[in-house]
Design a protein around this ligand. Sequence first.
Ligand code: MG
Length: 386
Amino acid sequence: MKNIAILGSTGSIGKSTLDVISKFPDKFKVIGLAAGRNSSLLAEQISLFNPEIVAVSDEGACKALKSSLAGRKTPEILCGTQGICSVAEMPGADVVISAIVGAAGLLPTIAAIRAGKVVGLANKETLVMAGDIALAETKRHGATLLPVDSEHSAIFQCMQGHERDPVRKIILTASGGPFAGKTIGELENASPRDALKHPNWNMGQKITIDSATLMNKGLEVIEAHHLFGLPPGKIDVLVHPQSIIHSLVEFIDGSCIAQLSTPDMKGPIALALSYPERLGNVMEPLAWEKLAGLTFGKPDNKTFPCLSFAYSAIRAGGTLPAVLNASNEIAVKAFLDGIIGFNRIPAIIKKVMDSHKLHPADTIEAILEADRQAREETKRVIASGV
Ligand code: MG
């Protein structure tokens, strides 16, 4: 029996994690849950899974949860980021699933790493913002990072039994999102509703917009760079609209190993929970005879420049990846709120990145300061209408 703590339990990955766990009650026990503000869903999850500790980052939602559970002995309820970090560090947790969306996931994930946990990593921002620190701390505290992002889980699976030396490159696949094949002009009036219609994956709002701009793939390139220790020149992106091949490794002899499955996040989640074992019947098997054809193409960097921003950010290093991420979070929110158009997302991010004064990303404090400044600068650029 493995004890599991889930950070971000009310989000898309968190819910799927609980879904997987509920099918294997003899293998997993939920001992900790942490969420942002959805206290009503959290209350449902508490009655279904009976965790020992629950944390809510929003103070108001935390109070609401406390009063709705008044009189109950368990769980212990903690508020704020410190509370979320306490769930991340729970002494009894064997696996911590880190599935908080965005920069808010950084401190709790680092806390889990410093507690020496096996971390199922869905929060890509931890590696985007603080990859060098996260990897060094993982080593120092004997923690283990298991990727939950589908592409990185695919690469991880393809690399089993192989050394890194004979890897020529890794190829991350991208569905291309809902706007694949469109021109800049056609996207001028694209609405949040259009951008949220992802053809293959059912995900949260932020990541679905990132999928439409290709920023999600950019963040994943940075994530892969840290996770697999490869320079940006050895990480390629290939548009594969069917989302059946989740990524590939190409070896020096010209041979490729790919991982395929139906597009279902329960696959990578289950593997992170049970690794090195595999669980039975997690996803629908592929119906090979029904696969009409798998197609591949190069990403359109002109219409979707966010991917190239990510390569620039890795090459510059320091605080620039954190700035890219922070600026993107603010720009995406402004687009979802109807304040800016779709094509302004990359234009705004580029402006903020160009004006950033680079610092070394050698402490979490320096990274959080760059994150804070980039958010302010992005809001200023948005307000200036440029
Ligand atoms: Mg992914």
